[in-house]
Design a protein around this ligand. Structure first.
Ligand SMILES: [Zn+2]
Length: 152
């Protein structure tokens, strides 16, 4: 599927995370042929795990099925929110070719907003970045989630 279609699926996963009380963030990893290798939602609250961000969970699952050890060469990470430092680092270390994200995160984004870990020229692998895919929908989901939390 296209990155735009994968973002649609990531939005569904994000909405589900919001239902169980996690910040609504979803991620999909596409293989070199565009097939879905793995998908995940943010499960930090669900599992009490500070590293259970959607991107990390999806990259781990994708590596298990991709068939090249831990390397995700040729793969694309699609995520609803700009990756944080941990997830940007994980994307670099997994050797994905491309990172596609929806909403920018001016407070913690590490793929262009606050830092640019993904394209740091000092690192030997720099995935291509496509930002702002279905940004309005991705941002609206997060805003609605935080607005409803404040209303509790
Ligand atoms: Zn993260």
């Amino acid at each position: 599927m296209s990155p735009e279609q994968a973002m649609g699926r990531a939005l569904e996963l994000a909405a589900a995370a919001g239902e169980w009380g996690d910040t609504p963030i979803g991620a999909v990893v596409l293989g070199p042929d565009g097939a879905v290798l793995a998908e995940a939602a943010n499960e930090r609250e669900k599992h009490g795990d500070p590293t259970a961000h959607a991107e990390v969970l999806a990259l781990r699952a994708a590596a298990r099925v991709h068939g090249d050890g831990w390397r995700l060469t040729g793969a694309t990470l699609v995520v609803t929110l700009e990756p944080c430092t941990m997830c940007a680092g994980a994307a670099v270390l997994s050797r994905v070719d491309r990172v596609v994200y929806g909403a920018h995160d001016p407070k913690a984004g590490a793929a262009g907003s606050l830092w640019d870990v993904v394209r740091d020229r000092r690192l030997n692998h720099r995935p291509q970045v496509v930002a702002g895919v279905r940004e309005a929908e991705c941002g609206a989901l997060l805003r609605e989630f935080f607005a409803s939390r404040r209303g509790l």
